[in-house]
Write a protein that binds this ligand. Sequence first.
Ligand SMILES: [Zn+2]
Ligand SMILES: [Zn+2]
Length: 572
Amino acid sequence: MGKYIVTSAWPYVNHVPHLGTLVGSILSADIYARYLRLRGHDVVFVSGSDEHGTPIELEARKKGVEPKELTDQVHSYDVEMWNRYGITFDNYSRTESAVHKEFVMGFMKKLEENGYIFSQEEVLPFCENDDMFLPDRFVEGTCPYCGYERARGDQCDECGRLLHPTELKNPRCSLCGATPKYKSTRHWFIDLRKVQDRLLNWLENHSELQDNVKKFSLNWVAQGLKPRSVTRDLKWGVPAPFEGAEGKTIYVWFDALLGYVSATKEYFLESRGDAEEWKNWWWSEEVKTIYFIGKDNIPFHAIILPALFMASHDPYTLPWRISATEYLMFEGQQFSKSRRIGVWIDEALEIAPADYWRWVLARMRPEARDTNFTWKEFYRIVNTELNDDIGNFVNRVLSLVRSRMSGVAPEPEDLGEYASFVERVRTAAWRVAEDLDRIRIKKATEGILEIAREGNGFLNKTEPWRLMREDREEGVRVLTAALYAVKTLAHLLAPFTPEAADRLWSMLGMAGSVHEAVWDEWLDRNVPGGSRIREVKPLFTKLPEDFLDRVDEIVAEARSRAASKRPPLLRD
Ligand SMILES: [Zn+2]
Ligand SMILES: [Zn+2]
């Protein structure tokens, strides 16, 4: 048994997340966290709402409210969504939480005491119309590296480079469009050069880092780390704790990254009243930390976060794995709120139940390259994979046991020639476990489908409905073997379609919940003899035949239903 901290990138709460955000970080993390628990490990799964920073301030200004009013609404709406999607966070916190703010201030103060923070005057864009400095997204312009015209003061969304606002060509104020002036202001910086060698050494030697993460980060660090400013001339955020920095706040990225730790602290504080237990996790070499992020977040998790940990001089465990996904595209285009391209997670639930989306998105998880979501593929996956392959196999077996054996599972005994089928299923099941272990989530779903298809093929070949008439003993052996495959599917589906898996568990007449049945103890066993198969209901239902013809209409209706349920500040 091991101890694991599973984290997913903190969703930014200026709007409802879309499907790409769901699969890239939160859903992937949940599947993995569920898997680890099913293997009997001790897991703390944390995330939260990223509330600070300029996009929220901009959005709030546009709506004429205080940032906190906006983030209060989005945060509670997101929490409701995670519940509906069956995301099993131990703590879903927020960067406005008192525990978080205090933690960040203490952490940054410690970096200063350790000599990693210095301050200096900096020349930054200032808008005279708005009478304010223009940090990060308050200024836009052309990226000096790739020429993208809507790069922001802190990062280019096109090439992923971190930017300094003075690097932008043709800068303009995001609020009024004016060309900014440049003025001097004092800022506080973290001197990353001091951890450069240690960081490089860690990146080079840490074998668990994914290739794309390692390559990207090594390349970056090899170019030499520069000091990075950690303060902003903004009021919305965590107050900067340095002397002379009154009225300034901590840059949102440093703030949000430390949320992984503060959310763990808050979790143990609130669940056990223990303010120190978090150290037994974050300060322990035995604990493994896994970060689920989109590829645009690699530099923060593979460079900045470990650098912060190193500079704290506290014994933080460095990232064990960073699972960075590529992008999910929507019908060939990037998700875009402004151009209304894509499906948002609340709209999705108006089209199909959460389990369907969890499976579909796991099947489309952009692991090695950008992946394209299409309605055609959505339709195929739901109707063919969930219904024909998995649902149908389960239904055939359980219905036969109900009708030909009065619903009583036979005592597993010598299965004769059918033992080889059981053995193939068993081997395939443990291969799924291994794929999940390596965070090959998409490959794991293929293994599950393989078992269901093999199961259907087994029934077609052995024809148990015929055997039950002609050679009952033989028929019972076939159904016993098939029941093993059905029960195996309940276990394997648990991280992916948790609600359906539990229903299947219950149909099998098993006690308790499939989510509490640890694989190492249960996966190799068959349904105990004498178990009563309960009423058999379809595990999934098909999308209507004309779904693809009517998809535009269906999506438009879903969109308006979802919009009417959104909190006021989230209605477009
Ligand atoms: Zn660029
Ligand atoms: Zn302006």
